[in-house]
Ligand binder design. Structure first.
Ligand code: SF4
Ligand code: SF4
Length: 96
């Protein structure tokens, strides 16, 4: 059986984020300020890591896909504390 290909935009249009008040990913800005490679910025498919003019990183967890890519690509000890959202929260992918 062939699998239907859908675009990122189509997938997003059929996704829902049930945001919990507690962030499931926490980024330590002090560690990021020492980072010159910022792999997270290009690797995050949701573009949730945004570089600032001051050389830091702004991160928002609300529209996270829970893919784990940021945790894999970041090689700075302690920069990212990663976990899944509490039960019943986070992204909900719906059938298209
Ligand atoms: S999260 Fe990791 S890769 Fe991204 S800016 Fe911080 S230290 Fe660098
Ligand atoms: S888990 Fe994936 S979507 Fe969420 S912040 Fe990390 S790279 Fe971005």
């Amino acid at each position: 059986m062939s699998q239907q290909q859908i675009s990122f935009e189509e997938r997003m249009a059929h996704s829902e984020f049930r945001v919990h008040e507690r962030a499931h990913i926490v980024v330590d800005g002090k560690v990021c300020a020492e980072c010159s490679t910022t792999e997270c910025v290009t690797a995050c498919p949701a573009n949730l890591f945004v570089p600032t003019a001051a050389g830091g990183i702004v991160f928002n967890y609300e529209q996270c896909f829970e893919c784990g890519t940021c945790y894999l690509v970041c090689n700075k000890e302690g920069a990212i504390s990663w976990s899944y959202p509490e039960g019943g929260h986070g992204i909900v992918f719906q059938r298209t």
